[in-house]
Design a protein around this ligand. Structure first.
Ligand code: 5GP
Length: 191
């Protein structure tokens, strides 16, 4: 059985990654499974161990990272996050395609270890639209909005590292384009 694809999707906060992904994640012909990350942050109400995350202590996380058990990792507001290698290998070993929704720094680590990864970066139609979406999301303080916008600009400077850059002007269209890309890569790899 051919090993499944390793797919990474990134994009700045507010670009609508979640909405786009939700449109195709359950398409049976795409054989997709989302990877469950490891984190040191506290479990939120309603979250389930092994479904949303694998919740570990800082000591356990650092040990796993040192032992090379993580494909990539990142620190985010005082907590560690990482993609366990066993999770990715298990899914791909079943002939299914694994989808990681991670930030640019995490993706650069993945590219280093797995240059054949199918990497997709989602961009907003323009920065004014992104600002509108970030502001429209809620009542975040001006400082937080500016911080998110600054981070978005920084991330967009690194989009040339990705195999594909897709504009999310229309979420249905963006999802259709990603479907075609995944199908073509599945054909090429006999999946
Ligand atoms: P949250 O605490 O809200 O669940 O996630 C915080 C941030 O960590 C989000 O931007 C999320 O995309 C990112 N994140 C979650 N899991 C991973 C991971 O395994 N690797 C990386 N690099 N980022 C992650």
């Amino acid at each position: 059985m051919a090993k499944g694809l390793l797919i990474v999707i990134s994009g700045p906060s507010g670009v609508g990654k979640g909405t786009v992904i939700s449109k195709f994640i359950n398409d049976e012909d795409l054989k997709l499974s989302l990877s469950v990350s490891m984190t040191t942050r506290a479990r939120r109400e309603g979250e389930k161990e092994g479904v949303n995350y694998y919740y570990v202590t800082e000591e356990e996380f650092l040990r796993a990272r040192e032992n090379g058990e993580l494909l990539e990792s990142a620190e985010f507001v005082g907590n560690y996050y990482g993609t366990p290698m066993f999770e990715v290998n298990r899914i791909r070993g079943e002939g299914r395609n694994v989808l990681l929704e991670i930030d640019v720094q995490g993706c650069l680590q993945v590219i280093e270890k797995a240059p054949d990864a199918l990497t997709i970066f989602i961009v907003p139609p323009n920065m004014e639209e992104l600002e509108k979406r970030i502001r429209g999301r809620g009542t975040e303080a001006e400082e937080v909005v500016q911080e998110r916008l600054a981070k978005a600009s920084k991330e967009m400077e690194l989009m040339h590292n990705y195999k594909y850059v897709i504009c999310n002007d229309d979420a249905d269209l963006a999802a259709d384009i990603i479907r075609v890309i995944i199908r073509r890569h599945m054909e090429k790899n006999n999946i």
